[in-house]
Write a protein that binds this ligand. Structure first.
Ligand SMILES: [Zn+2]
Ligand SMILES: [Zn+2]
Length: 276
């Protein structure tokens, strides 16, 4: 009798856990390739450098306090002054703004990967060549792009690229023109926090995070020069979002997410580096 009961409850348990794992798989929809920082405990602390000026520190601070609401990541922000190149620093994320030129992109996020999925360093850049113009120079658009580029450096992908608002900064709603005053899509939403909890649920045996005192220069051959990004590996149908991959000489790879301007997106589905 006990044995029968036991077996039946085992079956029930199996069915429940099967459904539970389906639920998790179905929900894990916007991890960026499974990429994550290796760490041996949760929550973990990520060093993130504020290299910004020209009004950007406000958006940096808001975005970091937004992402800090995640139950798995804490931040150790520090002020730094990088060159325009925004060179990566091992174990950290570097956030920069500059007039990177009329190259078509508003924002750029790069992460270096080893062992297939582990992030070793990241950078997020905002292009003032466009943000200084009337179309993009508004607080909501700036906060949206800052929040998204920083979000990519933890391994998050977009929730949507079709221009609709999911009310997360990880979408491609434009806070410009008639929507310049809209605060939609300027912060993460609950789905982003849930996704981070899934991505960082497991623990690793090693860490790729910088210790609080280290400042080692990280190796990456990727810069804001589009020719350094490597191969185009994916692009959204509306042409506003592209991903590139480059293999570095040390065996790591660098993946770059490009947030193109509205004008560039309107050109369609070409590799926008070679549009002109
Ligand atoms: Zn891992
Ligand atoms: Zn993006």
């Amino acid at each position: 009798m006990f044995r029968i009961f036991h077996r039946r409850s085992l079956v029930v348990l199996l069915v429940i856990s099967l459904f539970a794992s389906f639920a998790i798989v179905a929900y894990a929809t916007h991890s960026w390739g499974g990429y994550h920082w290796a760490r041996t405990s949760n929550p973990f602390t990520l060093k993130i450098a504020n290299n910004t000026n020209n009004g950007w520190p406000t958006y940096f601070n808001t975005s970091i306090s937004d992402w800090d609401k995640s139950t798995v990541i804490n931040f150790a922000p520090y002020v730094s002054t990088s060159s325009k190149r925004c060179a990566m620093v091992a174990g950290t994320v570097q956030v920069c703004n500059s007039t990177y030129g009329n190259n078509g992109w508003l924002g750029l996020a790069s992460i270096n990967i080893v062992d297939g999925t582990h992030i070793t360093q990241g950078s997020a850049k905002m292009n003032d060549t466009y943000f200084n113009t009337s179309t993009y120079n508004n607080p909501n658009e700036k906060l949206h792009v800052m929040c998204q580029e920083v979000g990519h450096t933890f391994g998050l992908d977009h929730q949507s690229t079709d221009g609709s608002s999911q009310n997360t900064c990880m979408d491609y709603f434009s806070n410009t023109g008639a929507n310049a005053g809209s605060t939609l899509s300027t912060h993460p939403n609950q789905h982003d926090y849930d996704e981070l909890s899934i991505i960082y649920q497991h623990l690793d045996s090693t860490t790729t995070l910088a210790a609080p005192t280290t400042q080692a220069a990280g190796k990456s051959e990727v810069t804001d020069d589009p020719n350094s990004w490597g191969m185009l590996v994916s692009q959204s149908p509306n042409g506003r979002s592209s991903t590139y991959e480059r293999y570095n000489s040390d065996g790591s790879k660098t993946i770059t997410h490009v947030f193109w301007t509205e004008e560039v997106g309107a050109r369609g589905n070409s590799d926008h580096r070679f549009d002109n």
